[in-house]
Design a binder for this molecule. Structure first.
Ligand code: ADP
Ligand code: MG
Ligand code: MG
Length: 911
């Protein structure tokens, strides 16, 4: 037989699934001996039965009766006793915290008769009436479904008539009048009278809490946070303690450290003469916790002591609720507190210094996503500014610019060098040109998977979406704010894609201090264990507001945790970099080589003419002349990159895209003054035209049609390496052949490249350390990796193309069209272009690794798609046993951190 009710003393924090987070932690605090008002918790099992069958399980009533009886015995009072009533709260509590999403009813047990008993027993008429009006309000709305506004307006009206601003200024007579008015509101609003049977109050409240699992806002919250819909909530019934008993009473919330910055020292708000819900509801101004030290030093000391104990016990930041009932402190809730990215790093690092946790645990508590947030540019000081609206934080970063309401205007202004924020109700593929040129995108509809959000993330644009308070009128080129003001085209605007906040005006943007510090962290990635608590000591006992100091604590924390990740990780981390500048940045950020250097980017700008010459060349002589002109330029590119990455591997990919990408667009050919050239260009374009260029003449296939091109590129690489060797450098070039589908292709190209290496070595009298490998981006290559491995020193998974080819999706096309619809409808939960598709693409990679390693156990294996910088994907790649991931330079620290975490995580934790 299942048990549906547990006394606080019979539970523990391990039972959050059954007792909800609140119930489990109340049990834990009770067993720690902290002053918790006694009570019991009805399990989530009971809720699930209720939600499924529309009625409570049969056994529940009797179990509640038993536990209520024992609570009454403990308290020496009976629920709702007319002489001296026991009152209880009925509280919701889900397995995963859903703050403010569900309902709680306080003061259950008060009736027209017992309110007199409470007044008599406490000797305080005002307090009794205040408690009753609160019950009527909460029960009326939560249990009986009466509109909240009726209660609020009546209270406001009474305050107005009495000429007071605060509820505490109302006297006993006022509150009794309020009770009468509330009875009437319930009578007319609910079509029934307020129940005068205490047990009926209790049962109806429990049922209402069960039901609150499925309110619209709770459902939306769960969808947003990815919490399962079938967990159900537990219900906690707890003896009331009273913060509304006058000035020697009050309620508060507190964190054991600052959840925004992570600074040490309790942080919280207190409200005198108030019940708990008043603190968060903001009906009166709370005071900071330090003031409690003046008002009630004994309780303050006791509270500080208990917070210390809780933190030691939970070994983490705790978020608590407390109430002081006539000078006696009670603990009403605790949980591991939510925190910002900044606080997460700082708290984790400082808890290591305090020996609360070890460094592995600290590393588990921070994520690559959080580190990414700390590396984006930020508003220099948004905390002092009031946002004009809030939406979903859809794509991080800080953007500021002029408001524009359509794509064409965005393009026009951007072309004049102006920064714009594109504002739309929602975006469609039509808005792409505007999104491309905008600093940021703001919409009033849609969430994290809306078109605007998906596309903005893909393009690295800042995006706030679903800011539904904004009344956007695209035709009139303006938007209205709730307070009546209007933002028009051209008005300055700032949006924060990390917080979802929208500000008016241009807020100054700064580089992240974390990024600056990581970039200064030259090659110093060893284990900092011995001086782990170095540099942070200035912070002890210093909770002052020295901004720099706080940053310093953060920067130190990030560096130490990244250093620990470096010590822990098995995966090596390289960068995708096409220029010496990028290579240097990447190396500063900790890259251990280049995993992908795309050579086609070197043919842009003024060199475009040369590659054009090559493509339209008529005959071998013309072709060779074009190649001869390109060779020294390529050699110089490679020399500078090999220099920036001296001593580290540099994977250079041979030219990959279809050749027509290097030619002018057909519409532009008519601008060409030379008519002979014009004709040749037109003819070449005709010759190269393809239905599906992505699947056409590109990659290794070019090596068979224009052999001189591969030859030139390989020679440039080896000559550059020879130049470096000659002056004492240590170049480690790795030539990578793209788009190979069959071992035969690679075998031919490899022989050619090897021939060039031998030739250059002979000409220059040097030995060149090099490797030749291929990119695995065609499914067939993955499935025949054992054959391909015979001609490859390494395989590098080009997961962008491999994903496109495996799914049959062209990324540029689908991200702007139906991918958002798929995400919205739940056909896909994440974009396979952001997080590696473990089941499909991942299976191909796994197969290729197994085959490749079986054929050659020294085969190098890496990933060079964008997934290499995605936290969840990095864990998966670690699990597969790859040697390295390669990602964009700014994601290198994120990949380092996640690779470290991956090494610590449970192997089954992959996406
Ligand atoms: P939420 O999950 O929305 O925070 P809670 O169940 O924690 O809801 O309750 C709302 C408020 O009522 C909190 O401030 C809490 O501290 C207070 N509260 C709950 N139970 C009691 C009680 N038994 N005595 C006094 N205050 C209580
Ligand atoms: Mg609470
Ligand atoms: Mg590719």
């Amino acid at each position: 037989m299942s048990q549906y009710v547990y006394d606080f003393s019979g539970g523990s924090m391990a039972q959050r699934h059954l007792l909800g987070g609140k119930g489990a932690n109340l049990a834990e605090m009770t067993n720690l001996g902290l002053p918790v008002p006694p009570g019991f918790t009805i399990t989530t099992d009971a809720c699930r039965v209720y939600l499924k069958e529309g009625r409570e399980p049969h056994e529940l009533a009797e179990e509640v009766t038993d536990h209520l009886l024992s609570l009454e015995t403990t308290m020496g009072r009976r629920l709702g006793d007319p002489a001296d009533p026991l009152l209880v709260s009925v509280r919701s509590g889900a397995p995963q915290s859903m703050p403010g999403m569900m309902e709680t009813v306080l003061n259950v047990g008060l009736t027209d008769r017992s309110v007199a008993g409470l007044a008599a027993a406490s000797g305080d008429e005002r307090f009794a009436a205040d408690s009753y009006r609160r019950l009527l309000h909460m029960f009326g709305t939560t249990v009986l479904g009466v509109d909240d506004a009726a209660f609020v307006e009546t209270l406001d009206e009474l305050k107005r008539r009495r000429g007071v601003t605060d509820d505490t200024q109302l006297d006993a007579d006022d509150l009794r009048a309020l009770v009468d008015a509330y009875h009437q509101i319930i009578g007319s609003g609910a079509g029934r009278v307020f129940p005068q049977d205490p047990r009926e109050q209790l049962d109806l409240s429990v049922r209402a809490v069960f039901g609150s699992w499925n309110t619209q806002r709770a459902i939306l919250y769960r969808r947003h946070e990815g919490i399962a819909d079938d967990l159900g909530t537990a219900v906690t019934v707890q003896a009331m303690v009273f913060g509304n008993r006058g000035p020697s009473s009050g309620s508060g919330v507190a964190f054991t450290r600052d959840p925004a910055t992570g600074r040490r020292g309790a942080y919280g708000d207190y409200l005198q003469n108030a019940q708990g819900e008043d603190v968060v509801a903001g009906i009166r101004n709370t005071v900071p916790l330090e003031e409690l030290a003046q008002v009630d030093p004994v309780s303050h000391d006791e509270l500080t002591g208990m917070m210390g104990r809780l933190e030691k016990h939970y070994r983490d930041l705790c978020d608590i609720e407390f109430t002081i009932d006539d000078g006696k402190l009670w603990m009403l809730q605790t949980r591991v507190g939510k925190r910002t990215a900044e606080a997460a790093f700082r708290i984790a690092a400082e808890m290591v210094d305090e020996r609360l946790i070890d460094r592995d645990e600290a590393l588990r508590r921070v994520t690559g996503e959080q580190l990414a947030q700390l590396m984006f540019p930020q508003f220099a000081d948004s905390s002092s500014r009031q946002p004009i609206a809030r939406g979903v934080a859809a794509s991080p970063g800080a953007a500021t610019g002029e408001a524009v309401f359509d794509s064409a205007t965005a393009k026009r202004l951007a072309a004049q060098g102006r920064d714009v924020i594109l504002i739309r109700r929602e975006t469609t593929p039509e808005d792409l040109p505007g999104m491309t040129v905008a600093r940021g995108v703001l919409t009033s509809r849609g969430g994290k998977t809306s078109h605007a959000a998906v596309v903005a993330r893909g393009m690295g644009r800042v995006c706030v979406c679903g800011a539904d308070e904004l009344d956007i009128d695209v035709a009139a080129r303006c938007m209205g704010l709730p307070d009546g003001t209007v933002v028009r085209e051209g008005d300055p605007l700032s949006i924060d894609g990390m917080t979802g906040e929208v500000f008016s005006g241009h807020l100054p943007v700064t580089d992240s201090v974390v990024l600056r510090s990581l970039a200064g962290d030259h090659g110093d990635h060893g284990d900092h264990g011995d001086h782990g608590d170095h540099g942070d000591h200035g912070d002890h006992g210093d909770h002052g507001d020295h901004g720099d100091h706080g940053d310093h604590g953060l920067v130190g924390a990030v560096r130490r945790l990244v250093a620990h990740a470096d010590a822990a990780r098995r995966l090596s981390v390289r960068a995708n970099a096409d220029t010496a500048d990028d290579a240097r940045t990447a190396r500063e950020l900790g890259a251990e080589g280049i995993g992908l250097c795309r050579t086609e980017h070197m043919f842009l700008g003024s060199r475009r003419q040369l590659i054009e010459d090559l493509i339209v060349a008529d005959g071998a002589t013309e072709q060779q002349a074009a190649l001869d002109a390109l060779l020294p330029l390529q050699r110089a590119d490679f020399t500078s990159i090999l220099e920036a990455m001296d001593g580290l591997p540099v994977t250079i990919r041979l030219i990959d895209p279809p050749l027509h990408e290097f030619l002018p667009h057909r519409d532009l050919i008519s601008d060409e003054p030379d008519s002979d050239r014009r004709q040749r260009l037109a003819a070449t374009l005709d010759r190269l035209r393809e239905e599906n260029p992505m699947l056409g003449l590109r990659g290794v296939r070019l090596g068979f049609t224009i052999p001189g091109l591969v030859h030139m590129q390989a020679r440039a690489v080896f000559e550059a390496a020879a130049d470096r060797v000659t002056i004492g450098g240590d170049p480690r070039p790795e030539i990578m052949v793209p788009l190979v589908a069959t071992a035969a292709e690679l075998a031919v190209i490899r022989r050619e490249i090897e021939g060039i290496a031998v030739a250059v070595e002979a000409e220059r009298g040097v030995t060149l350390r090099h490797r030749i490998g291929t990119m695995i981006e065609v499914p067939r290559a993955a499935l025949t990796a054992h054959e391909i491995a015979s001609s490859a020193d390494f395989l590098s998974f080009g997961t962008n193309d491999l994903t496109q080819m495996t799914w049959g999706l062209s990324r540029d096309d689908v991200e702007a069209s139906f991918l958002p619809t798929y995400l919205d409808q739940g056909i896909l939960t994440t974009s396979p272009f952001e997080t590696i598709d473990a089941d499909g693409v991942g299976a191909l990679i796994r197969t290729a690794i197994e085959q490749g390693r079986a054929a050659d156990d020294a085969l190098g294996l890496g990933v060079c798609g964008e997934h290499g910088g995605d936290p969840a994907s990095v864990r998966f790649f670690d699990d597969l046993g790859l040697d390295y991931v390669s990602c964009s330079p700014y994601r290198v620290p994120i990949a380092r951190l996640e690779a470290g975490r991956a090494a610590l995580m449970d192997r089954s934790d992959a996406p």
